[in-house]
Design a protein around this ligand. Structure first.
Ligand code: ASP
Length: 440
């Protein structure tokens, strides 16, 4: 039996009173679900507004001296209709008025945005009869607006040590001077992970509107299989390549603390979802590949230079040029007298000429520099690949059968992924070919 579960519910799970009811019945199914981290109410239907977006808009309107009343009225209506629909005792009108006043008084953008989660947490605590802990009293930010991990752990675990069921709003915290700061968008996932670590939860449940991760993007592969179990390292590789359900920074606190994350669907509470854990310990058999993800829009800077291999430090100098322009690189396959650096075309664009010029200076007329665009990178990720011979052979045969030309190969140094570069026009076909080879 599990002892303690921390739950985080995303905006679509809290969009109206009906969703609140679903949340309560999920909590009632498992009494060890003792902590809840809410997002702000999200969209009820496709064209609807997210409360957080409305709050940002109010702040922008107020700071430009325009009226924000019309936008604020939409926010008010969202909270009032939830409170009414659930027959809550709390007089949320007073709290809404304080928020309105704060916006009018010119309080910070972060403070305004954070009120979405704050108000939602107040409603939820009232509805459940749970304690409310203001995240400003538990999540600590440094003066430079980054998370103070140590102090947060200290403060949150002290505040939650008594084991009393508590609602902690997501997305924000405060600096030591009391000024409210938010994480980047989607940051309630991080708060949930911090609470899970603080109470040493057995599981961190992240409830959203999908039943976990899929092996490939459903816009490219029809009905892709669901991933039931994935490691944090695999997920990091896949989310870096664009498969996103969870905020990237939400993995670190729970990964380090050895707490698994379970992605669950509020609208399908009995679906087991995806379990993300350190090393997927209870597996009977590991599938060869766990997932495929990729991105279009990369550029390859190819550098050739006579006798490059004997020039110690040449690679560093090339990377230094990129570093000076603050352009991150993704991959760097090398040959004897050549090397390629793969970068995102978007990141390269503003510095393209200057970077090429500087690298040309490094080859000093005894080589060449060229840039090729429109390359996609596709990562095939799987902890099962390490133990299986022939995975690369299968992958490349599948690509060759589909007549796809491989522009770059990089078997990730972790042996957890095989990365291929193909023309942008082959992006979808590559993902389909790999998927069908391994999954069927
Ligand atoms: N409400 C915030 C956002 O929309 C944070 C979150 O939902 O995680 O980004």
């Amino acid at each position: 039996m599990l002892e303690c579960i921390v739950t985080k519910f995303g905006g679509s799970s809290l969009a109206n009173d009906e969703q609140f009811r679903k949340v309560r019945s999920i909590l009632e199914l498992e009494p060890t679900r003792r902590y809840l981290v809410p997002s702000a109410p999200g969209k009820r239907f496709r064209e609807d507004d997210k409360v957080t977006d409305l709050l940002y808009e109010c702040h922008a309107q107020a700071s430009e001296g325009r009226s924000f009343e019309e936008t604020f009225a939409k926010i008010e209506e969202r909270y009032l209709s939830i409170a009414r629909g659930l027959g809550l005792k709390i007089h949320i009108e007073d709290d809404l008025e304080k928020v309105r006043q704060g916006i009018a008084d010119g309080l910070s953008r972060d403070w305004c945005a954070s009120r979405g989660e704050y108000l939602c947490g107040l409603l939820m605590a009232d509805y459940l009869g749970w304690r409310f802990l203001d995240a400003a009293d538990g999540v600590v930010f440094n003066g430079n607006r980054t998370l103070n991990d140590e102090k947060t752990e200290e403060k949150l675990s002290a505040a939650l040590a008594d084991g009393i069921p508590t609602v902690v709003p997501g997305f924000y915290g405060a600096m030591e001077n009391g000024e409210v700061c938010t994480f980047s968008r989607g940051g309630s996932d991080i708060t949930g992970a911090l609470v899970a670590r603080a109470v040493q939860a057995d599981v961190y449940e992240n409830w959203t509107d999908v039943s976990g991760f899929l092996m490939a993007d459903p816009r490219i592969v029809d009905n892709p299989a669901e991933i039931s179990s994935i490691t944090y390292k695999e997920l990091r590789e896949l989310s870096h390549m664009g498969a996103s359900v969870l905020h990237e920074d939400a993995m670190f606190p729970v990964h380090r603390a050895g707490i698994p994350t379970n992605i669950r669907n509020t609208n399908k509470p009995f679906h087991p979802g995806t379990i993300i854990s350190k090393n997927a310990p209870h597996e009977v058999s590991v599938p060869t590949i766990t997932g495929i993800a990729g991105h279009k829009g990369y550029s390859v800077i190819s550098v050739e230079k006579n006798m490059m291999n004997s020039e110690v430090g040449f690679g560093r100098k090339v990377l230094q040029v990129l570093e000076d322009a603050a352009v991150p690189f993704e991959h760097m396959p090398t040959g004897i007298d050549s090397l390629c650096v793969v970068v995102s075309s978007k990141a390269l664009a503003p510095h393209r000429d200057e970077i090429i010029e500087k690298i040309e200076e490094l080859v000093e007329g005894s080589g060449s520099v060229s840039v090729n665009d429109e390359m996609s990178i596709i990562a095939t990720v799987g902890r099962g690949m390490v133990h299986n011979c022939g995975t690369a052979a299968r992958l490349f045969s599948a690509m060759s059968r589909a007549r796809i030309n491989v522009r770059m190969i990089d078997q990730g140094s972790s042996e957890l992924s095989i990365i291929v570069g193909v023309n942008d026009s082959d992006f979808e076909a590559t993902i389909r070919a790999i998927y069908h080879e391994f999954v069927g």
